[in-house]
Design a protein around this ligand. Structure first.
Ligand SMILES: *Cc1c(COP(=O)(O)O)cnc(C)c1O
Length: 347
């Protein structure tokens, strides 16, 4: 099977399994796991921050950040197709008692401009509205097709938010993909944000885990909330050993995933009935519209599965994500397979 459903399907490399087998471990709830501590120190260093924390998942990392930054009744400004809004089961309302204010990015890039955030702000207490407590950004933006936000854009929002004393959290599940695409560092790209979440378990290829980075004060509070949410893990060094390899080695090969995604997009864009601007594919996510084929995404995905290709479909689109388990040959075979399905359909 050529599995393009997500970069979460990546399996740990041999080197990761070997490192896990021989990892030095301790009880991380006591802060005594040396491998977890090494991973946290390295992440803080790479992101040029005071501290970092290993968290079981990206969802938990985002929710901890929202909890630490807000108080119940606050409003959180967020792009209307962001993961935190669409795909975290209303957790921010359950755990933090906040309102998410979905806000549209007019150019559909997924990256809100200050001119779009400003009208959504509630600053100062007017005794009716709910005060803006946080702004959440996402880079790269999953549902917008892996689009990236530049450091300049991100800093602009952070500077203006901070001038109103509003913190900014970045859902950087795929921040390394964004940094590679923009030819910059994750430190540079996230400098203004008060907290950043990134996933070890996606394109970086670790089996489990995400990290939060920020100030020492933020991370201390985040550690307490991780424990409250049941995310305090004991000999977590077994996982951190794979995480360290993911963090050190995997960013170097993301360029390959991006080249494969671009080649996939170029092939797909030539197929009748598929609507896709291949120039917009700059990381590892390809989302294309199939409404002009007259068929549903689910139907096309079923046909693809029968021919050995897995993809995800919803609304009028299909998503394909490249990762370390996808080769150039897989990409070419996928393009041939989609072509075959849609051509057969036209006969
Ligand atoms: C996958 C993802 C998450 C959540 O990560 P999990 O580890 O699956 O909980 C958060 N944000 C974005 C943008 C994601 O793609």
């Amino acid at each position: 099977m050529i599995d393009l459903r997500s970069d979460t399907v990546t399996k740990p490399a041999e080197a990761m399994r070997a490192a896990m087998a021989s990892a030095e471990v301790g009880d991380d709830v006591y802060g005594e796991d040396p491998t977890v501590n090494r991973l946290q120190d390295r992440a803080a260093e790479i992101f040029e921050r005071e501290a970092a924390l290993v968290v079981p998942s990206g969802c938990m990392a985002n929710q901890i950040a929202i909890k630490v930054h807000t108080k119940p009744g606050d409003e959180v400004i967020i792009e209307d197709r962001s993961h935190i809004y669409l795909h975290e089961m209303g957790s921010a309302s359950v755990i933090s008692g906040v309102l998410l204010k979905p806000t549209r990015s007019e150019d559909r890039s997924g990256h809100l401009r200050w001119s779009e955030i400003e009208p959504a702000l509630h600053i100062g207490h007017d005794y009716h509205g709910s005060a803006t407590g946080l702004i959440c950004l996402e880079n790269s933006h999953n549902m917008a097709g892996g689009t990236v936000m530049t450091a300049e854009h991100c800093n602009d929002i952070c500077d203006r938010a901070h001038s109103h004393n509003i913190p900014v959290h970045l859902d950087g599940a795929r921040i390394f993909n964004a940094a590679v695409a923009l030819d910059t560092t994750v430190g540079e790209l996230t400098r203004g944000c008060d907290s950043v979440q990134f996933c070890l378990s996606k394109g970086l290829g670790a089996p489990v885990g995400s990290m939060l980075v920020g100030s020492r004060e933020f991370i201390n509070e985040a550690r307490a909330w991780r424990k409250r949410l049941g995310g305090g893990m004991r000999q977590a060094g077994i996982l951190a050993a794979a995480g360290l390899i993911a963090l050190e080695e995997s960013p170097k090969r993301l360029r390959e995933d991006h080249a494969n995604a671009r080649r996939l997009a170029e092939g797909l864009a030539e197929i009748d009935g598929i609507s896709l601007d291949h120039e917009s594919v700059v990381t590892n996510i390809v989302i294309f519209d199939v409404s002009a084929t007259g068929r549903t995404p689910a139907d096309i995905c079923n046909n693809l599965r029968d021919l050995g290709v897995l993809a995800l479909g919803w609304d009028s689109v299909i998503r394909m994500v490249t990762h370390n388990g996808i080769s150039l040959d897989d990409v070419d075979l996928t393009n041939e397979t989609v072509n075959k399905i849609l051509i057969n359909d036209r006969r």
